[in-house]
Design a protein around this ligand. Structure first.
Ligand SMILES: NC(=O)c1ccc[n+]([C@@H]2O[C@H](COP(=O)([O-])OP(=O)(O)OC[C@H]3O[C@@H](n4cnc5c(N)ncnc54)[C@H](O)[C@@H]3O)[C@@H](O)[C@H]2O)c1
Length: 253
């Protein structure tokens, strides 16, 4: 089966890592659906079309049950050709000074929203995508978790760390359940990557983090996208339930 027959759905694809992954999958020949909660996603998809790729934008809040349930209608004839899902949409709210809020001061509403987007959103979209992937007996699901789920984080909030750790558990359950259908499920745990999310950190945070990375710098969205391209490929056919750390060596188990 050629990648032209494997539509890729990337959530949170308007910018940052999601946009880079959408670009990489498009360059590999996949028709790509860029789903995001912000209107900027239209321009990101238009740029891919201008480069000669097949790309569509849809406005989607992954935490909205009804909007996710409407995905088959929104994607039309692309839905039954779905081959790849990248659960990339995520949020990492910080305090007004750009630093994580102490747990004692974390508003419960913010906790709920982070869990709803980062964890429940990935569950809802994955669940919706099971029927078309199962029908083809081939599929790739990729989760964007974080090094905040691999070790103690001094940058991310407790809600973010909890959501990403939960996502890894969900990915393992999904990998075990969908393996017999020819669907692999793997996670990418990026270290510090230069995106709008990372640029929202307080002054000096990225610089001091980079000083402790063996490769000596933060990563680029394109370096994460390369790994996603591999995980989506036939070459990664015997890899499932794995977490690949893409952090320049900042976390080594
Ligand atoms: N940048 C890093 O250093 C880093 C490190 C580890 C993990 N990650 C993870 O990688 C993923 C991408 O991060 P990024 O740095 O590109 O972030 P970003 O903030 O630059 O981009 C995230 C995108 O997700 C979208 N989004 C947010 N909430 C959404 C929702 N409810 N529904 C649909 N789309 C939504 C945003 O509009 C945005 O376009 C996230 O899951 C993040 O947690 C990032």
């Amino acid at each position: 089966m050629s990648n032209l027959d494997r539509v890729a759905l990337v959530t949170g694809a308007a910018r940052g890592i999601g946009a880079a992954i959408a670009g990489k999958l498009a360059a590999l020949g996949h028709p790509v659906v860029l789903a995001d909660a912000i209107g900027e996603v239209e321009a990101t998809a238009a740029a891919l079309r201008a480069a000669g790729h097949q790309a569509r934008a849809i406005i989607l809040d992954v935490a909205d049950d009804a909007a996710v349930a409407a995905l088959p209608v929104a994607l039309g004839d692309w839905w039954e050709r779905l081959g790849v899902l990248v659960n990339n949409a995520g949020i990492s709210p910080k305090g007004p000074d750009g630093r994580r809020r102490p747990i004692a001061e974390l508003p419960a509403e913010e906790w709920r929203r982070v869990l709803a987007v980062n964890l429940t959103g990935a569950f809802l979209v994955s669940q919706a995508c099971i029927p078309p992937l199962r029908a083809r007996r081939w599929g790739r699901i990729i989760m964007l978790t974080s090094q905040a789920a691999r070790a103690k984080s001094l940058i991310a909030g407790a809600h973010y760390a909890a959501s990403k750790t939960g996502l890894m558990g969900f990915a393992r359950s999904l990998a075990a359940e969908l393996g017999p259908d020819g669907i692999t499920v793997n996670s990418i745990a990026p270290g510090r990557i230069d995106t709008p999310m990372a640029r929202g950190a307080a002054a000096g945070v990225n610089e001091s983090f980079a000083a402790n990375i063996p490769l000596g710098r933060v990563g680029t969205p394109e370096e994460v996208a390369e790994v996603a391209g591999f995980l989506a490929s036939d070459a990664a056919g015997y890899l499932t339930g794995a977490t690949l750390d893409v952090g320049g060596g900042s976390f080594m188990p």
